[in-house]
Write a protein that binds this ligand. Structure first.
Ligand SMILES: Nc1ncnc2c1ncn2[C@@H]1O[C@H](COP(=O)(O)OP(=O)(O)OP(=O)(O)O)[C@@H](O)[C@H]1O
Length: 439
C-alpha cells in the first residue's frame, strides 16, 4: 500500500465514523485520491455536486484528519473526473526542463539510516564514496529488492557531500528523468546545454538504472556522460533492482563500465534490523510505542522497508482514529488482512530437497558437479526456483549450490525460462513444486 493509499484509508475511516452511512456512500466514497506531493493532495470527484460538497462541507475535516495521520498541513484540491493533469506541478517555467533538479530529500542521510547485516557493506561503501568522491569506488553500483533503502543511501551520499562542500554540483535523477531530459533536449535543440549540465557535475546520482533497458539512444548518451565524468574523476552512483549483467538489453560496454568500480547488494533486513528501523522512526517522530508492538509489526513485514514504515503509519492512524493506545492487539487489528510474505520462509535448502525428491535424485546430486542430464536439469530448476522464491542474490545462490559462480546460476535461469516457453510438462512440474514449497 502506498503512502497515499494508507492516508486515504485513514481519512475515509474517520469520515465513516463522523458521517451518516448515506452521506458516506453517496458523497464521500466516490472520491478517489490521485496524488500527494509537497503536501498537496489531489482528489478526484465524479461531479460538480461532489466537488462543491467537498469544498464547503468536508474540506476542513479532511485537513484535520490528514494532519492527525501525517503531522503535516495537507492542502486538498478537488478535481472533476478526467480533468486531472498529473504534470501541472512539475511543468517547468521555461522549456529546458533538465535544469529543474529533483531536490535531495534531507531525511535521506547517513544518520537516519539504520545499519544491519543486509546493508552494512552498501552503507560502508556509500559512506566511503561520500567522504572521498571520485576516488575509491567509481562508479558505485547499489542493487537490491524494492524498498530496501537504495535511494536513501544514494541520496545520503549527495547530502553528505553537500555538507562537506556546499558548492559541489550534485544531481539526482531517475534513469527515466535522464531519458526525458535527453529527449526534451533533442526536441528543443538544446543537447549542448544538456551535455554541459550533466558533464560538469561533481556527483551524478542515477536511480533505477534498469529502466535504461531497451533505450538505445539514451544508453549512448549515458555512455558518453559516464565517460566524461569518470575521466574527470567525478563520482557516479547508480542503483538498480539487479546486477548490471542481469539488466536486459543493456549494452555490454555499459555493463563493463559499471563493473569498473564497486557493486554492492542490499538484502532484506533481518528481524533485529527491522525492529531497529521502526524504533528509530518512532523516536524521530516522538511516538510512544512499546517494544512488544514494534516486535509485532516487524514480524509482519519482512521484505520491504517502505511497507514496514507504511504498517507503522497504519497502526498510528488506527490508534488516533479509535482513540485507543497502541498495543500489539491494536496493531494486529490495524494490520488485519496483511498477507505475510512467503518469500523468506522458503529456503534454498528446502528447494533443493523438494526438487531432489521430485526428480528422484539426492540433494548432494543437486549441489554436486555431475553433468548428466538427469541431474543437470533438476539442478537448473532448483536454481531457477531459488531465484524466484527467495530474495537471495545470484552469488549467494551459487554459493549454496556447491560454490558455483553467479554466471552459472544466471545461465540456469535463462535455460529454464527458455524451456518454459514451449514445454508445458515442465511448466506443470514447476507449478507442483511451487505449490509444495509454499504449502
Ligand atoms: N536501513 C534503513 N534505515 C532507515 N530507513 C530505511 C532503511 N532502509 C530503507 N529505509 C526507508 O525505507 C523507505 C524505502 O527506501 P528507499 O526508497 O531508499 O528504497 P529503494 O530500495 O530505493 O526502493 P525502490 O526499489 O522502490 O526504488 C524509505 O523511507 C527509507 O528511508
Amino acid at each position: 500500500m502506498t503512502e497515499l493509499d494508507s492516508l486515504w484509508e485513514a481519512i475515509q475511516n474517520s469520515f465513516r465514523q463522523s458521517k451518516s452511512q448515506v452521506t458516506f456512500d453517496t458523497l464521500i466514497a466516490p472520491a478517489k485520491p490521485l496524488s500527494l506531493s509537497q503536501n498537496q493532495l489531489e482528489v478526484e470527484v465524479p461531479t460538480k455536486v461532489h466537488r462543491d460538497f467537498w469544498e464547503k462541507n468536508l474540506k476542513a475535516e479532511l485537513k484535520q484528519y490528514a494532519k492527525t495521520v501525517t503531522n503535516q498541513e495537507i492542502e486538498p484540491h478537488f478535481v472533476l473526473e478526467g480533468e486531472f493533469d498529473p504534470y501541472q506541478n512539475d511543468r517547468p517555467a521555461e522549456s529546458n526542463n533538465f535544469e529543474m533538479d529533483t531536490p535531495l530529500n534531507p531525511h535521506y542521510n547517513f544518520k537516519t539510516f539504520v545499519v544491519g547485516e543486509g546493508n552494512k557493506m552498501a552503507h560502508a561503501a556509500a559512506f566511503a564514496v561520500a567522504e572521498s568522491p571520485g576516488g575509491l569506488y567509481n562508479p558505485l553500483f547499489i542493487y537490491g529488492g524494492v524498498g530496501l533503502g537504495k535511494t536513501h543511501l544514494m541520496e545520503a551520499i549527495g547530502n553528505h557531500m553537500l555538507q562537506l562542500n556546499p558548492t559541489a554540483k550534485v544531481k539526482y535523477v531517475t534513469s527515466e528523468e535522464f531519458t526525458n531530459d535527453f529527449i526534451h533536449s533533442i526536441q528543443s535543440n538544446s543537447t549542448e546545454k544538456f551535455r554541459e549540465e550533466y558533464r560538469n557535475l561533481d556527483l551524478l546520482l542515477i536511480d533505477d538504472i534498469q529502466f535504461l533497458a531497451n533505450k538505445e539512444g539514451t544508453q549512448l548518451e549515458f555512455f558518453n556522460t559516464f565517460n566524461a565524468l569518470h575521466d574527470n574523476k567525478k563520482q557516479i552512483v547508480m542503483t538498480s533492482d539487479r546486477i548490471p549483467n542481469e539488466i536486459p538489453e543493456l549494452q555490454d560496454r555499459l555493463v563493463s563500465r559499471f563493473r569498473w568500480g564497486l557493486t554492492v547488494e542490499i538484502t532484506p533486513p533481518d528481524l533485529e534490523t527491522r525492529i531497529a528501523i521502526l524504533r528509530s522512526k518512532v523516536e524521530e517522530d516522538h511516538i510512544n510505542i512499546g517494544n512488544d508492538t514494534l516486535n509485532y509489526i516487524a514480524g509482519q513485514i519482512d521484505t520491504n522497508i517502505r511497507e514496514l514504515e507504511g504498517a507503522l503509519t497504519k497502526v498510528q492512524a488506527f490508534s488516533n482514529l479509535s482513540q485507543e493506545p497502541i498495543t500489539p492487539h491494536l496493531a494486529s487489528q490495524a494490520l488485519r488482512g496483511l498477507q505475510r510474505t512467503t518469500k523468506t520462509t522458503i529456503t534454498i535448502t528446502s528447494i533443493q530437497k523438494n526438487v531432489a525428491d521430485f526428480y528422484n535424485i539426492t540433494q548432494s546430486d543437486i549441489v554436486g558437479k555431475k553433468r548428466v542430464k538427469q541431474i543437470v536439469v533438476p539442478r537448473q530448476i532448483a536454481m531457477y526456483l531459488s531465484r524466484e522464491l527467495t530474495d537471495y542474490s545470484l552469488p549467494k545462490i551459487g554459493k549454496e549450490f556447491g560454490g558455483k559462480d553467479h554466471t552459472t546460476v544466471l545461465h540456469a535461469i535463462d535455460k529454464i525460462e527458455e524451456e518454459l516457453q514451449t514445454n508445458n510438462e515442465l511448466q506443470e512440474q514447476l507449478n507442483t513444486l511451487k505449490a509444495k514449497l509454499k504449502a
